[in-house]
Design a binder for this molecule. Structure first.
Ligand code: SF4
Length: 375
């Protein structure tokens, strides 16, 4: 491993609109690069501009905490931070990769979140997060924390090939139980599933059932992208050695989409497969509203719920304009409650969507949405 200590210009990344996967408007990368070195990691793609050899080299943002303190300071802000979870993890470097043992930037960032009373959502593949259970418990008590782990499956052998720098699935599951027993909500990002390797009905069911046993509150599912260039070359090199018979199948799936996407037919197939299994286990397929409804402002609450409905309807193979309505609401300057009589003037809002929004405004929830989430 090669460590480069660098000075960052900024840390907190603000999204243009709330991200309904993580219920977050703000994220950060404390490290650039990741020695977990997952074979499928899109951090390798040229578009992310991660310098050095991905999987071996890591840049540590030495001034991250000082900058973050300045960026989060409520006394300095004319407009307060939007109420949402602050996202730690994901992006182009796991916050709990081995270098965190030495630098402790994720730990220090959490201490800052506690000091500023901010809700936190964490995503990692590492059991090193157990070190910070004390501060995460304190944040959870004060303002709420959600801890999520990503898996491509719960198969130990496959994980050893495709996630060589990561603790094996059974250890990650044990860590989830530990956090659950400490009263902290946990989820799994079953993402990405690897085509023809971890996307089989049997392995998906095993992953969902083991997650259920560990007590997770939700599972977010997704297929793999493979962008042309470094990411694809690296992946194919490993695939040729471990599963040479699959290379031709992959070339039929990944046909040069700009975002590295597989064919729509493939994504539809695995989404249906996952949906059937999640229903069988009554597993929420998005972060459930009980974990965020008291945190968000009303417009963001409606955006998240409508986007979740949009996803859940599409998962059922049904058409939906909920996503379009959510986008229109995310562009509004005024609160929805001031437009109660005019909701139909918002682009994409039809009669059914209007009824859902009114229920959200009145009760903070939607019975239609909650039924879809588990149904
Ligand atoms: S843990 Fe995440 S960021 Fe790190 S290599 Fe794996 S997929 Fe990439």
């Amino acid at each position: 491993m090669t460590i480069r200590e660098v000075e960052a210009k900024s840390i907190l990344r603000k999204h243009k609109r709330i991200d309904s996967w993580f219920i977050s408007c703000y994220g950060m990368n404390l490290y650039r690069g990741c020695t977990h070195s997952c074979v499928y990691c899109d951090g390798r793609a040229e578009g992310y501009y991660v310098e050095g050899e991905f999987g071996r080299d890591v840049a540590v943002k030495l001034n991250a905490i000082e900058l973050l303190r300045w960026e989060l300071d409520p006394k300095r802000k004319r407009v307060p931070l939007r109420r949402c979870f602050i996202m730690l993890g994901g992006g182009v470097g796991d916050g709990y990769q081995p270098v965190e043992r030495k630098y402790g930037l994720t730990r220090k960032a959490l201490e800052l979140m506690y000091e500023y009373n901010l809700p936190v959502s964490l995503l990692t593949k590492s059991t090193l997060i157990e070190r910070d259970i004390d501060i995460i418990k304190s944040i959870n008590k004060q303002s709420r924390a959600i801890v999520s782990f990503s898996f491509s499956s719960v198969d130990e052998g496959i994980s050893a090939i495709f996630e060589p720098g990561v603790p094996p699935p059974h250890e990650r599951l044990k860590t989830i139980s530990l956090f659950k027993n400490a009263g902290i909500s946990c989820g799994i990002f079953l993402l990405p599933v690897i085509p023809f390797i971890t996307d089989t009905a049997e392995l998906l069911e095993e992953s969902v059932s083991r997650a259920k046993e560990a007590g997770v509150d939700f599972i977010i599912f997704g297929g793999m992208t493979l962008k042309e260039g470094r990411q694809q070359e690296y992946f194919y090199n490993v695939l040729r050695k471990t599963h040479p018979e699959l290379v031709a199948e992959y070339q039929k799936l990944y046909r040069g989409s700009q975002w590295g996407e597989a064919t729509k037919e493939y994504y539809d197939l695995i989404n249906r497969r996952f949906n059937d299994i999640a229903k069988k286990y009554k597993m929420p397929k998005r972060i459930p509203p009980s974990l965020y409804r008291d945190i968000l402002e009303q417009n963001d609450l409606a955006v998240v719920m409508l986007e979740h409905i949009d996803y859940l309807l599409k998962l059922e193979g049904k058409p939906s304009s909920f996503g379009y309505a959510a986008y229109s609401i995310s562009q509004l300057k005024e609160p929805l409650s001031s437009m109660k009589g005019d909701l139909r003037k918002i682009k994409g809002v039809n009669q059914a969507i209007e009824a859902v929004i009114l229920e959200i405004l009145e009760t903070g929830g939607s019975s239609y949405y909650e039924k879809l989430l588990l149904g």
